[in-house]
Design a protein around this ligand. Sequence first.
Ligand code: HEC
Length: 163
Amino acid sequence: MVIYDKVRDRMVAGYRLSHDPVAERFVEWRRYNSAPYRSATHGQRFVNNYANATARAYGDYENADELPVGSVLAKDSFAVTQRGDVFTGPLFLMEKMPKGFRPEAHDWRYTMIMPDGSLFGTTNGEGNERVEFCITCHEAVGEDQQQLFFVPQEFRVQFLNLR
Ligand code: HEC
């Protein structure tokens, strides 16, 4: 948390160079993890999970129904070396698109933005083939969870005012 508080502004400044509207805004959204946790599936980096207001039901975790079109989930990331050096990692995004966008991915658009703001890839757009691996892993979760893995149990925030 201490490291994250120190580096967050710098991370966000880098992501913003992408001019992606989500990169501009996500830090103002609700955060669903209590503290950064290490994610083996996102390059062993420390990550956080944010969701916009449309994606409010994300906080119901496994009990959430299909999230509405316009839901956006954002996961920022950073790495800390043994020596204590800190590096910004990519910004990982999932955006729920209108029906038919990518049926076998439950119409999620996956995007990866590099720490310097360059676009690594986005589903059905530039660098599409480079983000196929996101879908391959996320579709491994049960069909009822619609490609969502949710926050690890021990880092989940329970909001009292969800509904
Ligand atoms: C090898 C499996 C794997 C790959 C590859 C992967 N993810 Fe994930 N993703 C997960 C898991 C597991 C979680 C939840 C736990 C965590 O954060 O580590 C998750 C969580 C997320 C979340 C939060 C929403 C949720 O599912 O709860 C986003 C956003 C996300 N990933 C985006 C991406 C993007 C974009 C890519 C590709 C650039 C990607 N992921 C690649 C496994 C993967």
